[in-house]
Ligand binder design. Structure first.
Ligand code: BGP
Length: 486
C-alpha cells in the first residue's frame, strides 16, 4: 500500500519576515560617498516626459541628473532607514521576524560603478545593519540589485545593454561575498529579473525612443548580459562561501486563459512561457527551445559568446524566489485584454476583486503558482514578496486599523499552507514592505504595505515617526504560532 504522510504545518525553520529595497527604504541618497542610482532619477525623468513607468529619454534623464537636490522628492529620502535602522530592526524583532530581506545599493559600494576600490563607508553601513540583524537572530536575505544600478553605468555604458557591465557587476559581487561570508546566508541576484523586458528600471538602458523591434532587441540583449552576470555570481558565491545559498527572483503573475477556447488557452500558454523563460534559464540552466521561435518571429538576434551557454549551465540557482501580488487573464484577442485592462498586462478576471490600484487579488493563484513551480523546477521556493498596497489612515484614536491587510495576508498564508500540504518545498515568506516605504511604481508614499506606519506624505513631509498598525500584532501572533494562528 502506498501511504506517505501529508505535511500539515509550516516547517520549523520557516523564514517568516518582510522584504524591502534600498532605493525605496534607505534615503541618505548622497551620504558617505554614495553615487546616484537609476532608481533615484527614473521618476523625475518620467515626469518630464509625462510618460508611463520606465519611459526615460536621454534628455529627460539629463534633467533628472542635473537636479541634485532632494527637495520634494521622497524617493531619495526613502523613509530614512539610513538613520533609523536600529529602531526599525528592533520593531521587526518585536514581531518575531526570522528573516529580513533587503537590498544593497550598488552605488554605495561603487558610486559610479567602475571605481577600482569599493567605498568603505558604504560597506560599513551594511556591516552595521547585518550586526543589528544578528543581535536579534534575524537572517538577512540580500538582493544584490533591486531595480537599480549606479547611474554612472547608464551614462557610460548604457546599463545592461553593454557586455562590459558584466565585469563591473562581478567585481561588485566579489566584494559582497567576501565581506559577508558567514554573515549573509541567502542571496538573490536581480529583483524581478523579468522587469528587464519592461524597460529602464530593469535594464538601466535608454531605449524609449527606439521602434518596437529595436527596443525588444535591446531589452533581450541586456537581459542576456544579466543572465551571464547572475550565473557568474552564483558560481562565485559558491566558491567564496560554500555555506551560502543564492537564488533568482521573478515577478510572478499567474495567467489564466480568458475562455476555454483553445486559442485563448494557447495564448495563455505562450504568455506563461514568456514569463517562465527567466526561471527556465536561471533554474534549469539553458535557454528553452520555445524562445528560439519567439526570437525568430520577433526579429530578435542575441549576441552570445562561445562559452555563454556553459556559463549559464554552471550557474544554476539554489532556490527560486518570487514576488506574487496578483494574477491576470490572457486572451487570443488583444482587444479583449485592452477593453478590460488589468494593471499593465492582460485582462480583468470577473471572479476576483482588486486593490485600489487595480491589482487583482487571488490567493488561490498563489497555490497554483507554487504547484506549477514545484512541478517544473524541483528547487526550494521562497515567496519573497506579497502584500496589499492601501491608503491607510490614522484613526481618531491614533491607531491604524488595517483589517483589509490582515485579511489579504491571511488568505495568502492559508494558500501557502495548502501548497505545503500539496507537497511543495517552501523555504519562507517575506511579505513586501513590513514598514511603509516608497512605492516602486508610483514613487509615492501613500501606497502603503506595512505593519509599521511611517509618518511621511507624498511630498516627503512628516515626522518619520513609526507607529504599529493593527496588523503588527496579528503578524506577531502568526510568527509565534509558526503560521497556525491566522
Ligand atoms: C515589486 C517590487 C518592489 C515593490 C512591489 C510593490 O514589483 O519588487 O520593489 O515596490 O512590487 O510595488 P509598488 O511599490 O509599485 O506597489
Amino acid at each position: 500500500m502506498y501511504s506517505k504522510k501529508v505535511p500539515d504545518k509550516f516547517p520549523d525553520n520557516f523564514l517568516w519576515g518582510g522584504a524591502t529595497a534600498a532605493n525605496q527604504l534607505e534615503g541618505g541618497w548622497n551620504l558617505d560617498g554614495k553615487g546616484l542610482t537609476t532608481a533615484e532619477v527614473v521618476k523625475k525623468a518620467e515626469d518630464r516626459q509625462n510618460f508611463t513607468m520606465n519611459e526615460v529619454t536621454p534628455e529627460s534623464l539629463q534633467v533628472a541628473v542635473n537636479d541634485k537636490t532632494d527637495e520634494l522628492y521622497p524617493k531619495r529620502r526613502g523613509i530614512d532607514f539610513y538613520h533609523h535602522y536600529k529602531e526599525d530592526i528592533k520593531l521587526f524583532a518585536e514581531m518575531g521576524f526570522k528573516a529580513f530581506r533587503l537590498s544593497i545599493a550598488w552605488a554605495r559600494i561603487f558610486p559610479n560603478g567602475d571605481e577600482t576600490e569599493p567605498n568603505e563607508a558604504g560597506l560599513r553601513f551594511y556591516d552595521s545593519v547585518f550586526a543589528e540583524c544578528k543581535r536579534y537572530g534575524i537572517e538577512p536575505i540580500v538582493t544584490i540589485s533591486h531595480y537599480e544600478m549606479p547611474l554612472g553605468i547608464t551614462l557610460k555604458y548604457n546599463g545592461w545593454a553593454s557586455r562590459k557591465t558584466i565585469a563591473l557587476f562581478t567585481k561588485y559581487t566579489e566584494v559582497l561575498f567576501k565581506r559577508y561570508q558567514g554573515v549573509v546566508k541567502y542571496w538573490m541576484t536581480f529583483n524581478e529579473i523579468n522587469a528587464s523586458t519592461w524597460g529602464f528600471t530593469g535594464t538601466g538602458a535608454l531605449d524609449s525612443e527606439l521602434d518596437e523591434p529595436a527596443k525588444m532587441q535591446l531589452r533581450y540583449q541586456s537581459l542576456h548580459h544579466e543572465f551571464i552576470a547572475s550565473a557568474l555570481a552564483v558560481k562565485q558565491c559558491h566558491q567564496i562561501d560554500p555555506q551560502a545559498k543564492i537564488g533568482c527572483m521573478l515577478a510572478r503573475m499567474q495567467t489564466y486563459p480568458n475562455t476555454p477556447n483553445p486559442i485563448d488557452v494557447r495564448a495563455a500558454q505562450l504568455q506563461d512561457q514568456l514569463n517562465l523563460f527567466f526561471t527556465d534559464v536561471q533554474v534549469r540552466g539553458e535557454y528553452p527551445e520555445y524562445m528560439n521561435r519567439y526570437f525568430a518571429e520577433n526579429g530578435i538576434t542575441l549576441e552570445m559568446q562561445a562559452d555563454d551557454q556553459q556559463i549559464i549551465s554552471a550557474g544554476k540557482v539554489d532556490y527560486l524566489g518570487f514576488s506574487y501580488y496578483m494574477s491576470t487573464v490572457t486572451s487570443a484577442n488583444d482587444e479583449v485584454e485592452k477593453a478590460t485592462g488589468n494593471f499593465a498586462f492582460g485582462g480583468k478576471n470577473p471572479y476576483l476583486e482588486a486593490s485600489d490600484w487595480g491589482w487583482q487579488i487571488d490567493p488561490l493563484g498563489l497555490r497554483i503558482t507554487l504547484n506549477e513551480f514545484w512541478d517544473r523546477y524541483r528547487v526550494p521556493l521562497f515567496v519573497v514578496e506579497n502584500g496589499l498596497g492601501a491608503l491607510d489612515k490614522v484613526a481618531p484614536d491614533g491607531k491604524i486599523h488595517d483589517n483589509y491587510r490582515i485579511e489579504y495576508l491571511r488568505k495568502h498564508i492559508e494558500q501557502m499552507k495548502e501548497a505545503i500540504r500539496d507537497g511543495i518545498n517552501l523555504m519562507g515568506y517575506t511579505m513586501w514592505g513590513p514598514i511603509d516605504l516608497i512605492s516602486a511604481s508610483t514613487s509615492e508614499m501613500s501606497k502603503r504595505y506595512g505593519f509599521i506606519y511611517v509618518d511621511q506624505d507624498d511630498e516627503g513631509q512628516g515626522t518619520l515617526k513609526r507607529l504599529r498598525k493593527d496588523s503588527f500584532d496579528w503578524y506577531k501572533k502568526v510568527i509565534a504560532s509558526n503560521g497556525e494562528d491566522l
